[in-house]
Design a protein around this ligand. Structure first.
Ligand SMILES: [Zn+2]
Ligand SMILES: [Zn+2]
Length: 101
């Protein structure tokens, strides 16, 4: 079952194995970060990147993998609120730790 080029992430070029779009992920991330900082949570926004892969939650086409999106958000959080960033990492670790070491 080889993936077509359209099933690859636009950022890292890996085949998307966790089909969760950034909008659906952002919703969950906001819920987590709200426990730490409401303003920071409100700054988390998903963005639509179209692709052939369909999100398993909302069914929208997506082209950015969960890893790349959560890495962007992690970097954003790490600069502003370390505790929130740690909590984030424990819940949305799409292989982020591997890359951060
Ligand atoms: Zn990616
Ligand atoms: Zn979705």
């Amino acid at each position: 079952m080889a993936g077509s080029p359209f099933n690859r992430c636009v950022e890292c070029d890996d085949i998307i194995t966790n089909p969760l779009c950034s909008n659906c992920l952002a919703e969950r991330m906001v819920a987590t970060i709200r426990h730490h900082d409401v303003k920071l949570a409100d700054a988390i926004k998903g963005f639509k990147v179209d692709g052939e892969t369909k999100c398993i939650l909302c069914g929208e086409g997506m082209g950015l993998c969960a890893h790349c999106f959560s890495m962007d958000i992690y970097r954003f959080l790490a600069e502003r609120n370390t505790a929130a960033a740690e909590d984030f990492l424990s819940q949305f670790d799409f292989d982020l730790r591997k890359e951060l070491i």
